[in-house]
Design a protein around this ligand. Structure first.
Ligand SMILES: [Zn+2]
Length: 156
């Protein structure tokens, strides 16, 4: 489980930092369950003192429930991230207005936290089956009623 330790100091070290990570667990609520590891290919480079650029490729598969028929479906995530990393201490006074900025403690930089944030931002708001699933929904309800009807018939 040594792969769990993904904290490092961005204030010192050689750049760029290239990482090929596999994350087995994620601490996000309200999204599906991880089916596979999160594969992240990340490169962090130094722009200037206290300013870093991060780009990468994040890929994973979740299992979630369809919003309308509640069937388990797979949610494939495959996206690129391209952002600027700054120290969390300057978050309040930062007026650069950049959209894609990730703030964190640079001395104890946790790459997992960045990846979790990116996954959460890229996770679909509504998870749905492909195509029509209202019909499936109806037939499922009818199917569900059948056993009860049978039991009732037996009691009668
Ligand atoms: Zn559905």
């Amino acid at each position: 489980m040594s792969r769990d330790n993904k904290t490092f100091n961005l204030r010192e070290g050689a750049f760029p930092i290239k990482m090929d990570l596999a994350i087995e667990d994620i601490e996000l609520q309200n999204i599906g369950k991880l089916k596979d590891d999160i594969n992240a290919n990340i490169e962090i480079s130094l722009i200037s003192n206290g300013l870093f650029h991060c780009e990468g490729l994040i890929k994973t598969v979740f299992v979630d429930k369809c919003h309308s028929c509640l069937k388990d479906i797979e949610v494939n995530l495959d996206f690129t991230c391209n952002l600027v990393i700054k120290d969390e201490n300057i978050m309040m006074e930062d007026s650069s207005n950049q959209d894609q900025t990730h703030y964190q403690d640079l001395e104890y930089f946790d790459i997992k936290q960045l990846i979790e944030e990116e996954v959460s931002l890229n996770y679909p708001n509504t998870v749905k089956c492909e195509g029509e699933c209202l019909e499936i929904n109806l037939s499922k309800l009818e199917g569900k009623n059948l056993p009860f009807k049978k039991i009732r018939d037996l009691i009668d």
